[in-house]
Structure formats: structure tokens, C-alpha cells
Ligand binder design. Structure first.
Ligand SMILES: Nc1ncnc2c1ncn2[C@@H]1O[C@H](COP(=O)(O)OP(=O)(O)OP(=O)(O)O)[C@@H](O)[C@H]1O
Length: 274
């Protein structure tokens, strides 16, 4: 645990109401999940304040997707609690999900629909009125640069376009918090810049973004807070400047995740056959 870590015993005693009063939109306590012998998430704590742009980083298999899936009510934890905007996600999933927009990893979308149908369907599922949905679909298509693709089947979209339409679907009900698992994977730099702008405006207006990414540069540039997760535990969390200290976030990450030893013991690779 390093500087900037927000969790104290006092935090743990804090009621959900008090957490909201203090501006904590997401409070995770002791979250745990195993798959057989694999301890994917191990008593993980996390606090995210309203209006944060919060990045979650960690090596492959660190437990990021498992954590985000439990936070968004998609995967039941073995132990621990998640409170979103004062609602316990696993005690009242329906209420919690109303306030969350989610872009899951390895997303399966209804790709036999057109982009417009998919967004319309997402809005109707969220209980919005038909005319509201129609106007939001138009706004989202414009914002994500998908106007020309709205009439085409999602199955014919490129990987980046699927990401964008899925992100648009996650936002249609104006959630208080957006939880995005690797939102920029497969997205071109121009679209990524556009998405960042949309997310920044959302955050500037009081929304909260929690996203996972493998790009330290992106997290350092865009996020105000970061948590480094290794082997299912938070090793460092807090304001990006506090977590990185005098070095770059990438260096700090490599230090904590122990990524410098990888090439040792691979001398045979340089012996070149034939
Ligand atoms: N459904 C599952 N069944 C079995 N093991 C799983 C399952 N989901 C995740 N795991 C295991 O849990 C661990 C954490 O996986 P997770 O997908 O959460 O990592 P991650 O940090 O998102 O990784 P990446 O950066 O590669 O996406 C891994 O060891 C993974 O193999």
C-alpha cells in the first residue's frame, strides 16, 4: 500500500449514506472472488469519488475484469460489498444498475440489429420514453461519429465501431457512473480523442468514469485517480500524482507489478536455428 490510499478503518465503518454525503459514488469493501484455485480478486477495497476520472491498471490476469464485473452486478462476489451511489449492488441490483452504465469486456452485443435499433433497444430497456430515446440516439450517433453506420447491422461493424456503439448504449440512460472495461481497445486515435472529450464533458458535469486500460500514458494524461491492481489486490491507489510520485506511472507500475525480469532465462531465443 502506498501514499494516496484512501481506505482507513473509519471508511469501513462509514454507512452508505455517509459515503454519498462525502461524495463517494463507489465504495468497494473486501471484494473477493475465486475460480477454483485461482484467487482472481482478493479482499479488494476501492473508493471512487463523484466527478472522478478513475483508471484501473494491472497486468494480464490481475483481476480487473473480474472486479469490474462484480462492481456492475454482472458477476456475484464470494465475499465483500459494493455500494454505488449509496445502493448495495448485490442487495438491490436493479436499483444499482439504474445508476450504472457499463461497457463489459468480451462484450456480446445483439449484432443482428442495426446500430440505431441497438441503441433504441438499450434506451427502451432502461425505461426511457420512445421520443427521448430517439433524440438521444441521434445525439449519440453524432457524438460518436456513427451517423452513417446507424442503418447498418452491428455484425458488419469493425471492432472499433462495435466498441463505440456499445459505449453509446452504456450512456443512453445518463447514468451517474460509467464503468468501462478497456474502452479504447481497437479504437482509432481520432475516435479515442473524441471519446475522451465526451467522457471529460461527462465528468466535468458531475459524472464519474471508472475504466480499465493497459495504456499508462493514457491514464497519466486523462485520469485524475488510479488504482494499480496486482494479483487481485490494490497495491496503490489515489491521485495519479501521488501514486506515480517522482517517476512516471509506467515505472511505478513496473516496480509494483515486477515486470522487469521477463527476458531472463530466454537466452535460447538468441541462438537462432538454421
Ligand atoms: N470465468 C472464469 N473462470 C475461470 N477463471 C477465470 C474466469 N474469469 C477470470 N478468471 C481468472 O481470474 C484471473 C483474473 O482474470 P481477469 O480477467 O479479471 O484479469 P484482467 O486483469 O482483466 O486481465 P487482462 O488484463 O488480461 O484482461 C485470471 O487468472 C483468469 O484466468
Amino acid at each position: 500500500m502506498v501514499e494516496g490510499r484512501a481506505v482507513t478503518p473509519l471508511d469501513e465503518e462509514r454507512s452508505d449514506e455517509r459515503a454519498v454525503e462525502l461524495g463517494t459514488v463507489l465504495a468497494v469493501r473486501g471484494l473477493t472472488k475465486s475460480f477454483g484455485d485461482t484467487h482472481a480478486v482478493d479482499a479488494l477495497d476501492l473508493d471512487v469519488h463523484a466527478g472522478s476520472f478513475y483508471g484501473i491498471v494491472g497486468p494480464n490476469g490481475a483481476g480487473k475484469t473480474t472486479t469490474l464485473s462484480m462492481i456492475t452486478g454482472l458477476l456475484r462476489p464470494d465475499a465483500g460489498s459494493v455500494s454505488v451511489n449509496g445502493t448495495d449492488v448485490w442487495a438491490d441490483p436493479a436499483a444499482a444498475k439504474r445508476t450504472i452504465g457499463v461497457l463489459p469486456d468480451r462484450l456480446r452485443v445483439f449484432d443482428r440489429l442495426t446500430g440505431a435499433q441497438l441503441l433504441y433497444y438499450a434506451g427502451m430497456l432502461r425505461g426511457l420514453k420512445s421520443d427521448v430515446v430517439r433524440s438521444r440516439v441521434e445525439d449519440l450517433a453524432r457524438a460518436f461519429g456513427l451517423e452513417d453506420a446507424m442503418g447498418r447491422l452491428v455484425s458488419d461493424y469493425s471492432a472499433g465501431m462495435v466498441k463505440k456503439v456499445s459505449l453509446a448504449a452504456a450512456m443512453i440512460h445518463s447514468p451517474r457512473i460509467l464503468v468501462l472495461d478497456e474502452p479504447f481497445e481497437s479504437v482509432d486515435p481520432v475516435s479515442a480523442a473524441r471519446i475522451v472529450e465526451i467522457l471529460r464533458t461527462y465528468v466535468d458535469n458531475g459524472g464519474t468514469v471508472v475504466l480499465s486500460s493497459h495504456s499508462m500514458d493514457f491514464i497519466q494524461r486523462v485520469c485524475d485517480h488510479v488504482a494499480i491492481i496486482v494479483e487481485g489486490q490494490v497495491l496503490a491507489a489515489g491521485a495519479v500524482e501521488d501514486v506515480r510520485g517522482p517517476v512516471s506511472l509506467e515505472e511505478r507500475f513496473l516496480e509494483l507489478a515486477g515486470g522487469r525480469k521477463a527476458a531472463e532465462g530466454m537466452e535460447w531465443l538468441h541462438s537462432f536455428s538454421g
